[in-house]
Design a protein around this ligand. Structure first.
Ligand code: C2O
Ligand code: CU
Ligand code: CU
Length: 485
């Protein structure tokens, strides 16, 4: 019923000196987080949301690689939360203010003090000004709340948006741009009949946390099943899965393939054709869809049985085209021999002794235990994520980009009793769509997932975590520290 909204562009309100004594000034943005009421569908009453700027998703930052930016993130949220806080979770105890936030730009290579450390949250009326050097390749990044113990609620309430880095390498490819480049934030929400947002609860009033929150509606750029009028030509879709916990299996209703051209951290070496693909929370996909030859047709973007977005292709032939280049951007593989160490890290789900509360950890360590992952600046490491659980967990590291090496089935029982990795299946290479730079990887259940990473940029404390937000809030998140050489 509704046209697909496109989030507004963030506009700088001036320039500020960048940190350090460079003498340079950079664009300065000021955005407020506040409560808004927004119609998610023509026939629904407005829904209470917490947004950056006035929209859900928030304004899109569009920046050039190598040109810094400062953003002041202002908390103007109400004094009380409208979603169920679980005070038994670490960092969300009853002595903490209910409403607090801190913003992280996911995928940004930033100094630690601008990364949005989960405990650096601030309350309503306060703000933080962060510096983003943007010294990184063109890519679709995104920003979202990261407040310890409640970020699943804050993001669910609407605190998220896109952050696009562009550069000359990408410009030269002449990919579909302007009105032919469509940002697409997908997320699911549980809506009541009156249009209000519901967040599922456990049934235990003192411990409402649930291990997964799935919605009954799918939103595209904050609208329920919208449509997009398209010309019969190529379009570039910059897709974010901004859901708390839902994985998408995206396909087009007519079976036509996508041309995948990029992943989390930028362009693939060459386009990859895919009839369908999986996108976990936090992952980004850059895909070109060619509507040529479909004049007058109606196509639907779907995930399993859900319809997400309808395309209404114009009846007439298009007059402009953006032919897809054969090569995109070289992605130099990091040789495994460059790694100075391999870290074996585990994903853990536990029931407590009484069997009534679940803990989700990384490496069997709680958030506030001493830091164990201390890579050296500029060194290369291989991380082997051992996942004995039944589910796939999207594992994300702040600051860095990495390359997926492989996945392999192993025997969890042997690992549990002896600590030895006994492989029981063949080595699965990364999917073709994963052949670029990533910052979030699906670590499948019953498998060891390996990636190789160079810790470039800055020394200091960052975090790594599962991007299923319910897991992250229940301590499936750990600090790591890049240390000086
Ligand atoms: Cu989407 Cu800690 O990040
Ligand atoms: Cu991140
Ligand atoms: Cu998880």
């Amino acid at each position: 019923m509704d046209a697909l909204p496109i989030p507004p562009l963030a506009k700088p309100s001036g320039r500020r000196k960048e940190p350090g004594n460079t003498g340079h000034t950079v664009p300065y943005y000021r955005v407020e987080m506040r409560e808004v009421f927004s119609k998610l569908h023509r026939d629904l009453p407005p829904t209470r949301l917490w947004c950056v700027g006035g929209s859900f998703p928030g304004p899109t930052f569009d920046v050039r690689g190598g040109e810094g930016a400062m953003i002041e993130w202002v908390n103007q949220l109400p004094q009380r939360h409208f979603l169920p806080i679980d005070h038994t979770l670490h960092g969300a105890e009853a002595d903490k203010p209910e409403v607090r936030s801190v913003v992280h730009v996911h995928g940004a290579k930033v100094p630690p003090e601008s990364d949005g450390w989960p405990e650096d949250w601030y309350t309503s009326g306060k703000s933080a000004t962060y510096y983003y050097p943007n010294r990184q390749d063109a890519a679709l990044l995104w920003y979202h709340d990261h407040a310890m113990g409640i970020n699943r609620l804050n993001i669910y309430a609407g605190l998220l948006g896109l952050y696009v880095v562009r550069d000359s390498v990408e410009d030269r490819l002449q990919l579909p741009a302007g009105r032919y480049e469509i940002p697409l934030v997908l997320c699911d929400r549980l809506l009541r009949r009156d249009g209000s947002l519901e967040y599922p609860v456990s049934g235990k009033p003192d411990a409402p946390w649930v291990p997964e929150a799935f919605g009954n509606v799918m939103l595209a750029n904050g609208k329920l099943c919208p449509y997009l009028d398209v010309e019969a030509r190529e379009y570039r879709f910059r897709i974010l899965n901004g859901s708390n916990g839902r994985f998408y299996h995206l396909s087009l209703s007519n079976g036509q393939p996508f041309h995948l051209i990029g992943t989390d951290q930028g362009l693939l070496p060459a386009p990859v054709e895919a009839g369908a693909f999986v996108q976990a929370p936090g992952e980004r996909v850059d895909a070109v869809v060619d509507f040529r030859g479909h004049e007058g047709e109606t196509l639907v973007l779907r995930s399993d049985s859900f319809e997400l977005l309808q395309f209404r292709v114009a009846r007439t032939k298009a007059t402009s085209f953006s032919p897809l280049p054969k090569q995109l951007r070289p992605v130099e593989r990091i040789p495994e021999t460059a790694a100075v160490r391999t870290r074996v890290v585990t994903i853990d789900e536990y029931m407590d002794a009484a069997g009534d509360s679940m803990k989700m950890l990384l490496n069997r360590a709680h958030w506030d235990m001493p830091i164990t992952e201390k890579p050296v600046l500029d060194s290369v490491e291989i991380w082997s994520i051992v996942n004995p659980t039944d589910d796939s967990h999207p594992i994300h590291l702040h600051l860095v980009r990495f390359q997926v090496l492989d996945r392999r089935r192993y025997d969890p029982r042997t690992y549990f009793t002896t600590g030895q990795l006994r492989y029981t299946g063949p080595v699965d290479p990364p999917e073709p769509s994963e052949s670029g730079w990533k910052d979030t990887v699906r670590a499948h259940g019953g498998m060891v997932t390996r990636f190789i990473v160079r810790f470039e940029g800055y020394v200091g404390r960052y975090v790594w975590h599962c991007h299923v937000l319910e897991h992250e809030d229940n301590e499936m998140m750990r600090p790591y520290e890049v240390v000086a050489k």
